[in-house]
Design a protein around this ligand. Sequence first.
Ligand code: SAH
Ligand code: SF4
Ligand code: F3S
Length: 481
Amino acid sequence: MKGGLAWRPFLAAPFDILDRAAPPVAQKSRLEDGKKIFVKSFGCQMNVYDSQRMSDVAAGEGYSPTAEIEEADLVVLNTCHIREKASEKIFSELGKTRELKERRAQAGRKTQIVVAGCVAQAEGAEIIRRQPAVDLVVGPQNYHRLPQLLRQAEAQPVVDTDFPVHSKFDHLPAAAPAATRARGVTAFVTVQEGCDKFCSFCVVPYTRGAEFSRPVAQILAEIDSLAAAGVREITLIGQNVNAYHGLAEDGGACDLAALLERVAARPGVARVRYTTSHPTDMSPSLIDAHRDNPALSPYLHLPAQSGSNRVLAAMNRRHTAEDYLAVVAALRAARPDIALSSDFIVGFPGESEAEFEETLALTEKIGFASSFSFKYSPRPGTPGAEMADQIDEATKARRLARLQDALEEQRQAFNRGMVGRVLSVLIEKIGRYPGQLVGRSPYMQSVLAEGAPELIGELADIEILSVGPHSLRGRIIDATG
Ligand code: SAH
Ligand code: SF4
Ligand code: F3S
């Protein structure tokens, strides 16, 4: 995976934290330091959001977060099922959590191990069969029930992967202001979940369930409490976020463009984004929002997957390469400085060399600011896994390397084009060197500049002076807040 400046639809090397040599178990008594929860996210932005919400649920039960797994009375692994590698690795990693549990038990401390997320949903009881040290397997729609499930799991292992009738969002507690502040000045908010699209390569419709949009009032209440704790940038997230159609306060329907306008108008909110979008749901109103909503970043993650119409049809993407180009042209007409990022899959069953070249050609036509690209990974239960003409690993690897070279070239060209421009940067934190601040441009680039720490949480106009491999450098010319 390349494109280090972009946000990440998933994490590349998720299990590293468990690979570290185990430090000795702390000898402090539980009463002295309270109960601790360790949560590790292995997936997309929604997986990260779910991890935070699980932490918030656990906070209500007296757990405070720790970054040290050895200290944790409750270990939650929030898993991702999207590709085989991450999904399979969970079982070897769970062996390490068993050792952790035993070490802690020897020191007189109890540990509960929870497997949450999309592997939990897909594999259910199989996880406990393969690793009996696991106490609880809980799917993405059920984690609001963590307290009672953990109590049940005291007696015997529990699996909860039913799709509930009532939305978890009706039950989740708000984050404590201190927890929000610790997470920084940007926040994800799930507004839409699940997927009805059934792309033939993808597990998400099975692990997240049917499309669901949260009601407007509930979303705005969550955003108000985040903003009150200092959050300035909100990213509305959903597997198909641009299919959002939530219930408005007056009983009518609200689309994503209208929701973005409502969110941008909340006190404290300075900048809004949304992800991930499907090309066929880029409605005229949403394209217009890029012209009309000044708080909306001119940056869009719009997965294309392939540039070949035959492959796109086999993927059940419901759009052609021409449709994709037309959406991009409309977006650029509405907002000339908009930049795009995308996802691509190489080596989908039957993909010929010429069809792969069509993907390269599509990227050249657009010039992406950042992209993620993957070798096709056959997933159990999806139509793609049953297709004839699976492509061999060597071919996939060769195509991926070529595509990533092209995408990296485009990313660097895009970044070079920033020199001399003035970008509106949200200052997020202090940098590594004295006097240095780190922020994010509208295009998710990391930007370094000198300035006072009071600027954290403010929007600053920064003139870009130079471009490094992973960040831009500039000088603040105006800080407006
Ligand atoms: N619409 C979703 C997509 C989630 S998956 C969202 O909310 O982001 C993120 C990306 O993973 C997809 O766009 C696709 O490029 C890639 N992907 C999904 N299934 C895959 C598979 N079986 N093999 C390889 N890559 C896959
Ligand atoms: Fe998966 Fe396709 Fe749905 Fe995205 S739109 S989550 S790629 S099935
Ligand atoms: Fe992975 Fe589930 Fe997200 S499969 S990409 S954690 S929706």
